[in-house]
Ligand binder design. Structure first.
Ligand SMILES: *[C@@H]1O[C@H](CO)[C@@H](O)[C@H](O)[C@H]1NC(C)=O
Length: 270
């Protein structure tokens, strides 16, 4: 059993209740901890990053710690694949992305378009598949006409080959679940000639779409679909109905392709 107590922000006390007496050891880090991951097939390798971007590694379930360098990266986030506990991604302060398939022993850069904000989402069951999105650098400028856009890209080899562009002007995106886990679902603004702004109310001109071939083609599933929720059993989409009154229809699908309006029968869906 591992037991981890985070006491003071800079300190971590780890007790291992292995034998008859618990043994305790204290470690000090340079700043509060941001992410902490137990990696590898046996989950004994622990990786953490602090608010200063320093990476620490423990090979013995958190007893002894060493500072670690991934190409001198200052690490903002650590993300582990749900499909394989040896696959991990480190995102740097300047949005550099490095991926490791050996629990953080070796790292390779995932080259992506520059941006001011970045999201990374592993596929739920395929460790080397991921979605990555960036808000382009133009979004920082308030100049009208700067082509600010939220770009979505995908990889099936953790960035070994160039990322595949899926769409620009993306509002929300996700892998599917279950039978349609390999489908990329997203909402996007159809008119890509204007700067993209953050969706703050229900809008016309936003569609809910799916791509089953890594962006080669897409199918519009719910025209006017602004926001969505994907669960193991169904997909719910909020479709703009009357944007002046700010009302929506809820659409539901249990097969990832056919959507019907949610009405009185909602009780049967769960
Ligand atoms: C996870 O990935 C490693 C390295 O790529 C591989 O050796 C291992 O078999 C994978 N584990 C699972 C559970 O798929």
């Amino acid at each position: 059993m591992r037991q981890l107590l985070l006491l003071l922000p800079l300190q971590i006390i780890v007790s291992t209740l292995g034998g008859s007496l618990p043994s305790t050891k204290m470690s000090t880090f340079d700043a509060p901890i941001v992410d902490i991951l137990w990696l590898g097939a046996d989950r004994r390798k622990v990786l953490l990053n602090t608010q200063k971007g320093t990476l620490y590694e423990s090979l013995d379930d958190g007893r002894d710690w060493e500072q670690k360098s991934v190409h001198s990266l200052k690490v903002a986030r650590l993300i582990m694949s749900a499909a394989n506990a040896s696959t991990v991604v480190a995102v740097g302060f300047r949005l550099e992305v490095f991926a490791s398939v050996d629990a953080g022993t070796t790292w390779k850069e995932v080259v992506h378009p520059p941006g001011i904000r970045l999201s990374f989402m592993f596929h739920p069951t395929r460790a080397n598949w991921a979605l990555l999105s960036v808000w382009t650098e133009d979004c920082r400028l308030s100049l009208p006409g700067s082509p600010c856009t939220h770009k979505l890209l995908a990889t099936e080899d953790l960035g070994a080959k160039p990322l595949k562009p899926i769409s620009a002007h993306v509002v929300q995106f996700s892998w599917g679940r279950g039978d349609y886990a390999d489908t990329i679902f997203y909402t996007h603004i159809k008119d890509k000639s204007k700067r993209q702004s953050i969706l703050s109310k229900w809008m016309e001109g936003v569609d809910f779409v799916a791509s089953t071939d890594f962006g080669e083609s897409k199918t519009t599933l719910v025209p006017g679909g602004n926001k969505f929720v994907i669960s193991e059993k169904f997909i719910l989409v909020a479709q703009a109905k009357d944007v002046s009154a700010q009302t929506v229809n809820l659409k539901v699908s249990t097969d990832g392709s056919w959507f019907r309006k949610v009405g009185k029968r909602l009780a049967y869906v769960q």
